[in-house]
Write a protein that binds this ligand. Structure first.
Ligand SMILES: Cc1cc2nc3c(=O)[nH]c(=O)nc-3n(C[C@H](O)[C@H](O)[C@H](O)COP(=O)(O)OP(=O)(O)OC[C@H]3O[C@@H](n4cnc5c(N)ncnc54)[C@H](O)[C@@H]3O)c2cc1C
Length: 404
């Protein structure tokens, strides 16, 4: 069904990341007119999120994209926590405990750009969607009747108007800044450094899960197989220069420090990230809505940024469609803000912080107590299920629904 444009259902979305594209598709497939603006001339093919949790796969399944997505990813049936000294197993959490809770009882390791490519192809085939690449939004505002944005395309500037505006333009969101919405939180002092290598760690560590958290008081790390390369993420002290971190010498030292190997490791990518914990003071201001990283940011331990952003998209699309198509009160959009802010603060950011504390803990007795607790949970089927429900963001999806 495609509605007539006079039905006040024109939505502008800023940002062709996984969240903006998911929202565009959710709205457009119900007949809403969507204009999506992306500053880059193409989709970003960078190495960022690579984890799709069961809760997100259940949602994406309703868009009919999973077959294509799963075929390009790596199915991980269990996650491991190991000790860095000898890679001994501290705890294993097996997703089969969720077989009654989800159609997809596993973590899918698959780069986020694979999802964006699938969604873009769908959107390009729709007549009620306009995708504007090389179109940077510099300013946004609103009146009672609608929204406007200043869009710059190759030095030419124009004003675009619509009925609703959704900012999915990432952590630096120009829309959020234009509207003076606070992005409350902090930067972590340390940087995060991700190195990708084709080296097959699984040939050297028995029964290694493709998602393995390595606890260590001096240098924790995260090992992910996603899906063709291993990505190893290390913390880097703030005083170390980016040049030094990326030097061949320092890269080899970090990899050799994790596992000694007789020759140099082959390295395909190296990326340094500054990581922040943030939650916008509101996800709704009049006709403007925030979703994904534009609304919240967290450390990547637990793979929750992309996932919770896609959860925002589904929550928001459901409510905005009720407002646009069925004349529901726009107060529903305030509920979107309350529900998803609650998830960011009470679930995502606190879980991500706990994951980091667990891995880096260096006070001997505290560290031992935390690791013992994790082991105890993994060994108790009821506690293990609770843990995986939380880590998979199934608990947070359910508890958001309880927020009025
Ligand atoms: C190292 C690292 C690893 C990560 N790993 C995971 C993981 O395993 N699992 C997980 O769930 N999350 C992970 N994340 C987080 C995840 O990548 C983000 O949460 C996710 O990309 C958010 O999607 P988004 O669509 O909100 O924003 P983005 O992906 O940032 O997309 C925003 C888009 O908006 C465009 N844009 C920006 N400004 C403008 C403008 N002014 N005008 C027009 N367009 C604009 C950008 O070009 C971009 O295409 C990781 C992040 C990092 C840094």
């Amino acid at each position: 069904m495609i509605l007539s444009a006079s039905n006040k259902n024109k939505v502008a979305i800023i940002g062709a990341g996984p969240v903006g594209l998911s929202l565009a598709y959710l709205l457009a497939k119900e007949g809403v007119f969507v204009d999506l603006f992306e500053s880059n001339d193409d989709l970003s093919i960078d190495l960022r999120a690579s984890t799709f949790h069961p809760s997100t796969l259940d949602l994406l399944d309703t868009l009919g994209v999973n077959e294509e997505l799963i075929a390009q990813g790596n199915i991980v049936p269990a996650i491991h926590f190991r000790d860095r000294k000898d890679f001994s197993l501290i705890a294993e959490f097996d997703f089969s405990a969720l077989s009654a809770d989800t159609k997809f009882p596993y973590r899918l390791q698959c780069e986020q750009w694979k999802l964006t490519k699938i969604l873009r192809a769908r959107l390009e085939a729709m007549e009620n969607v306009n995708l504007h690449f090389s179109s940077r939004v510099e300013n946004a505002g609103q009146t009672e009747a609608g929204i406007f944005i200043d869009v710059v395309n190759q030095d030419e500037s124009r004003i675009f108007q619509a009925d609703w505006l959704i900012a999915c333009d990432g952590v630096g969101s120009a829309v959020r800044k234009s509207l003076n919405i606070d992005y409350e939180g902090f930067f972590f002092p340390e940087k995060f450094f991700s190195i990708s290598t084709p080296f097959e760690y699984a040939d050297h560590i028995q029964n290694l899960s493709h998602v393995t958290y390595i606890a260590d008081p001096s240098e924790w790390c995260l090992m992910l197989r996603a899906p063709d390369l291993w990505r190893i993420m290390f913390p880097v002290p703030p005083e170390e220069s980016d040049e030094e971190t990326k030097s061949d010498r320092a890269v080899q030292k970090r990899l050799q420090g994790l596992m000694h190997y007789s020759s140099d490791y082959e390295v395909k990518h190296k990326t340094i990230y500054r990581v922040q914990h943030r939650v916008a003071s509101t996800y709704r201001l009049g006709r403007v809505l925030l979703a994904g990283d534009a609304a919240h940011a967290n450390n990547p331990l637990g793979g929750m940024g992309l996932n919770s952003g896609v959860h925002d998209a589904f929550n928001l699309a459901d409510k905005l469609l009720q407002v646009i198509l069925h004349g529901a009160s726009d107060e529903l959009l305030d509920q979107y803000s309350r529900q998803r802010r609650y998830v960011s603060m009470e679930h995502v950011n606190s879980q991500a912080a706990q994951n980091k504390e667990l891995l880096e803990s260096n006070e001997r007795s505290v560290r031992q107590a935390k690791l013992d607790d994790l082991r105890r949970r993994a060994e108790d089927p009821k506690l293990a299920r609770e843990y995986i429900l939380k880590a998979s963001l199934i608990t947070s999806l359910k508890s958001a629904q309880e927020v009025q």
